[in-house]
Structures are given as C-alpha cells and as structure tokens.
Design a protein around this ligand. Sequence first.
Ligand SMILES: [Zn+2]
Ligand SMILES: [Zn+2]
Length: 124
Amino acid sequence: MKITRQREVIFEILKKNRNHPTALEIFDQAKKVLPDISLSTVYRTLKDMVVHGEVLEIKFEGESKARYDLNRGDDHAHFKCRMCGKVYDVSLMLPLDLVGFKVERVDVYIYGLCPDCAQKEVMA
Ligand SMILES: [Zn+2]
Ligand SMILES: [Zn+2]
C-alpha cells in the first residue's frame, strides 16, 4: 500500500490523541500540517486505513459520527460515559475459548458512568 503524506499525518494525529476523534476533528488538526488537505481526503484515507486494519472505526449507539483510534493490536474495549461523553480505553482479557484462534479485531462497547460522574450521581 502506498504511504502518502496524508496517511502519515493522520497516523500521527491518532497516535498523539487517544481521545477517539471524529473525522472532522482529525481534519481540523491535519489542516495545521497540510493546509491543502480536504475533508473528503481525510474520510477516504481513514476508510482505507480501517480496511487495512491500521485504524479502528468506533461507532457508539446514538452517535451519528464515527470516531477513530489506532489499532494498537491490544485487546481494548471502549467505555463511554453517558454523563460527560468521554470515551475511555479499557483493557480486556480475551476468553480462553479463543486460544488457537487468530483474533484480528475486537469491538466491545461498554456504556455507563466514569468514576467522576458515578461519584456525582451518588451525591446528587
Ligand atoms: Zn463521565
Ligand atoms: Zn480506543
């Protein structure tokens, strides 16, 4: 696969930002490095990186826009806090039933409250 400058820039943005940005947020940052980049190029590049397994596309229920994360090859799940909306990476142990299987991607979505918001709910 061709390594383009756009790809490198998007890769670096995702590497630095572990907050699971949307394509639009990635575009805003990419523009600072590549002023000529278009939103459709960002979408196309992301799509390509997802197909090649470099990037994970994360779609939470009720969110119209996908978020993106590097596929770090670890088995991580995504936890979304329903109060503050932050997305956290949580590590995951794959079940022993999967011994012998070659897992290529893990998509686990967990919904609830982060520790800060859970505390606030108790006090409210
Ligand atoms: Zn929260
Ligand atoms: Zn993640």
